[in-house]
Ligand binder design. Structure first.
Ligand code: AMP
Ligand code: MG
Length: 495
């Protein structure tokens, strides 16, 4: 038995409008699907009954073990540049788009599964996912959402009842997640690389209708689409950098047209500030290092621009290239101003002063090689702004004499030029500088326990990360840096 349309309804625009962009497909049959965690508030926002989702039929839906016919589930086709090299065919190799749902506000979301079995895009892979990485994506994705960063969101994590071979045998699991779409730069590349301009055009029109509907009737809508995606990516990547997030696998198949974060494989947050921070085991050359993300964002957008040339000017590709290039060239300035606006907010500066860029850069310079905890620094600065003494913030640096003390003098002088009260400013800082991020050692601790059947550390961490700006007594250990013996952290994707 599977769910009836009266219990869950889908409105599948992708299937209706984009024939040839996917393969109709069903999930694998699993021996014993079991719901492990359900995101109740998200389910409610999506207008989905938690009672229905927790029935056997609901769990079959959330794992793909049995999908209703009216869901019209599909595996999406896409290509992508992976670590700079182009793969003309990637696609949903272990994922399925179950269908689209309209939430309480009428906004459209993809309900998408990860780990639901092999598809025609699986290549050598087994189509499966395992518990640790599924819970990791659940936890970090929801933490990102609570931090105010656009992201796909976890609806449910389930066990499948089978063991899956990785380095060792692991418990099979499926993540059900939602995003405002799964259109990626790689979706455009899939058709552009095959010279199927009509399909690229159809896809661009679909993307416009879905994400930027006000462009629909504009004569220059494809160039405008490029601008919107550029701005969405600028805004997203600036938010990542401002909070210390390293995505880890910014391949063009993982970069969305909507500007949402997707694909939480090897991501991690930095502890101490380090522009070269890399966590992913496969990123040997640091292509996707923390400080390289803005530049990579532009590189990815250049690949997107290439797919739009024939749309921007079908008669004159030289003209199209010129126009797209000049839009692309604005990226660094746009990024810098987005980042600077974010830094002003992080530093509690409400006015704009000409030397703020120098001040913000100066702080980063003072942090280099100082083992300073990036997250705690900004919380400590808020305490300083409020009038507390300078020692706690100085104590975060190995040697504050090396540069931070001088920076502090400049910062205090700059604060004098602000008009609002220090208390109000400190409060504003604490509303955007988190006290709690998914610290790597805590994430690992919670996943190890979950693998042993103990979900308590996961639930505690999840709860703290759901309110990242609210410092509370008893949660001190969630704000502490990793213990010295935690060592260098490494993440794995495709696991
Ligand atoms: P990702 O690194 O998760 O962005 O995945 C890159 C590509 O590899 C996508 O086409 C995935 O669907 C595919 N892929 C990753 N893991 C698996 C797996 N276990 N089985 C099949 N395909 C996979
Ligand atoms: Mg991916």
């Amino acid at each position: 038995m599977s769910l009836q349309p009266s219990e869950i309804s889908f409105d599948n625009s992708y299937v209706r409008e984009l024939d040839g962009f996917f393969v109709p497909w069903k999930g694998a049959e699993f021996p014993a699907p079991e719901l492990l965690r359900l995101n109740h508030s998200l389910a409610e926002q999506l207008g989905l009954s938690t009672k229905t989702l927790t029935t056997d039929e609901g769990v079959n839906l959330l794992t793909g073990a049995s999908l209703p016919d009216h869901a019209a589930s599909i595996a999406l086709a896409y290509a992508g540049h992976q670590f700079g090299g182009f793969s003309p065919q990637l696609g949903d190799g272990r994922a399925l788009l179950v269908g689209e749902v309209l939430d309480l506000d009428g906004d459209r979301y993809d309900l998408h599964l990860k780990g639901s079995g092999r598809t025609p895009f699986s290549r050598g892979g087994d189509g499966k996912a395992v518990l640790g990485p599924v819970l990791r994506e659940y936890l970090i994705g929801e933490a990102m959402h609570a931090l105010g960063i656009p992201t796909s969101r976890a609806l449910a994590a389930s066990l499948t009842g089978e063991m899956v071979a990785r380095e060792k045998l692991e418990q099979g699991a499926v993540l059900a997640r939602v995003a405002s779409s799964h259109l990626r730069i790689g979706t455009f590349q899939f058709f552009a690389a095959r010279g199927e301009t009509e399909k690229v055009c159809k896809l661009a029109d679909y993307a416009i209708n879905r994400h930027y509907p006000d462009l629909a009737n504009q004569s220059e809508r494809y160039l405008e689409l490029f601008r919107r995606v550029r701005d969405a990516q600028v805004s997203l990547i600036a938010k990542w950098v401002l909070v210390g997030f390293v995505h880890g696998v910014m391949n063009t198949d993982n970069m969305t047209i909507s500007g949402e974060t997707i694909d939480y494989g090897p991501c991690a947050f930095i502890d101490t500030y380090d522009p070269k921070a890399v966590f992913s085991s496969i990123d040997e050359h640091g292509r996707y290092a923390y400080g390289s993300q803005p530049t990579i964002g532009q590189w990815n957008l250049a690949r997107f621009a290439e797919t739009l040339i024939d749309l921007v000017n079908p008669d004159d590709s030289k003209d199209a290239i010129e126009r797209l290039t000049s839009e692309l060239n604005i990226y660094p300035a746009k990024y810098q101003s987005e980042w600077l606006a974010g830094m002003r907010a992080k530093l509690g500066l409400l006015r704009n002063d000409d030397d703020d860029l120098q001040l913000a850069n100066g702080l980063y310079e003072s942090m280099e090689n100082q083992n300073v905890d990036f997250t705690n620094l900004f919380r400590s600065l808020a305490a300083l702004v409020e009038g507390n003494d300078k020692e706690p913030v100085r104590a975060l640096f190995d040697d504050p004499q090396a540069g931070f003390n001088d920076w502090l003098v400049r910062y205090e002088a700059r604060l004098q030029r602000e008009e609002t009260s220090p208390v109000a400013r400190a409060q504003a800082m604490n509303r955007i500088n988190p006290a709690y991020i998914p610290r790597n050692h805590l994430v690992e601790e919670s996943l190890s326990a979950a693998n042993e059947g103990d979900m308590k550390p996961f639930d505690q961490l999840y709860e703290v990360l759901s309110h990242p700006f609210d410092e509370r007594p008893g949660a001190e250990r969630f704000a502490e840096p990793a213990p010295a013996d935690f060592g260098r952290y490494m993440t794995f994707c495709g696991t």
